[in-house]
Design a protein around this ligand. Sequence first.
Ligand code: FE
Ligand code: CA
Length: 555
Amino acid sequence: MRPITPLHAHPISRRVLLAGAAAVVVAACSDDSTTGSATTVGNTAAPATDPTTIPAAVTTTSAAASATALAPVELAGNPFTLGVASGDPDADGVVLWTRLAPDPLAVGGGMPTDDVPVLWEVSATDDFAEIASGGTELATAGRGHSVHAIAGLEQGEWFYRFRVGQYTSPVGSTRPAPAADTPVAQARFAAASCQNYSDGYYAAHRDIAEQRPDFTVWLGDYIYEGGGLPFDADVVGREHLGDEPTTLDDYRIRYGQYKSDPLLQASHAACPWFVIWDDHEVENNYAEGTPQDAADAAGFQDRRFAAYQAWWEHQPVRLEPPTAADQEYRIYRDAQWGDLIELALLDGRQYRSDQACGDATLNLDPPCPEAAEPARTMLGVQQEQWLLDTLSASTAAWNLIGNQVILADSTFNGAVLNYDQWDGYPVARARLLQAFDDNDIQNLVVVTGDIHLAAVAQLRAGERGTGTPVGVEFVTTSISSDGLIGDELTDVLKSFPDLVDAELAHRGYSLHTVTPQRWTAEYRIVTDVDDVDSDVTSYGTYTVEAGSNTVAKAP
Ligand code: FE
Ligand code: CA
């Protein structure tokens, strides 16, 4: 397996003011070798030799080189149409993201093919009265003119923006993560997934922005690959543009359409995100290299590669882009939020066995023998071992897993209702849950997306309903994607032995408040997803006391 390759960080003290940082000019690179940064993703600002001072020449090196060696680029208009984002916070800083796209619905985003230096700036105040740190990144056509800048930050809240020529981006707010050995009394974060643009509006994202969480965990289905039909006649003007995407240009335009939404932009700008994917970032229910429809097998490897690159271009992730269609692209990774949370972010798509029993859904027959084959895997051998090693080594008060599809037993009278979920991988699930118990992994919480309903589940090693409690799963409903199961089945779901509660009628997300003693999950629901101004209210709150591994609905 290709090792995960972190981007390089150059911490810059907030005590240092950047002299001359605003001197960058919009320029085109006629020769990549003149800047040396065209083939790297990391921060192109040179590291300071003395951490308390940055010579002015360093801060302006890229700009000066650009000014002398590069010709000006004409932009068709404001390139900051897709907002800004930050992500993968660690103790030393965050990734700052934007993408230059004056016309995000056009091939190439309305950009020339030239490379464009982009200035990023960080300040302690949102008026940027003092610039605490900054640098330049070269946005290239080969990477969709996306920018992934590593900002070294001291602890606390910071504001950031980007500049190109006379254009200045919207301002985002972000923060690094508390260091793993730092006592943290409380953290608040949102968990969200499934934002089909054509199914509804993003009132849930407005609520996330207003809640000002410390961070957001995105659990997948950021885009949907469906073609241009109006999926929902109640929502005007949000039909997917174009046919089902298969090429890099197609996926870029799909991301461009989604990221044009102002409420999604506000949600990104509010706090750093940890982002993983599920299936729709490529295609519904794909598994490893296998498309949903076997007839599409030819060319699927190239399609997946295009989708993975577009995902990287549009997410604030601390990762290098994928390298080749026939190479694995590792995105599973972990993070720490002080001594409070160890976060393991999974990839439940790239290594899984193909769905068993012909991908059946809502079939009430007993599972076909294939489902129980012991070699079937959801995470792959290496990721599964990595997960257990990561959680076993954790010293945090809570262990949190960002997971794609429902882990808890959701079978109905023995029938697997959805072979895409962990129910369709029963041997792998039983092995994992037993390993949590065997390895004495304490205070385990799993947050899950995918299924467009809210549920709270007890995770057990061994028998359903009676086995040893090993953790709690909070399934968040969709931001906007239509429900997949009718509301009339709510009571059926609630009758499942390990489902503590379920809410099928509304869209929304979950908001988590974590202290060393108690985990509190609030389910936020959108009154009317077809109303951009909809209220977002609290449906229910659930608590897990440290040491209990069991969940209760708060009165
Ligand atoms: Fe979904
Ligand atoms: Ca999904």
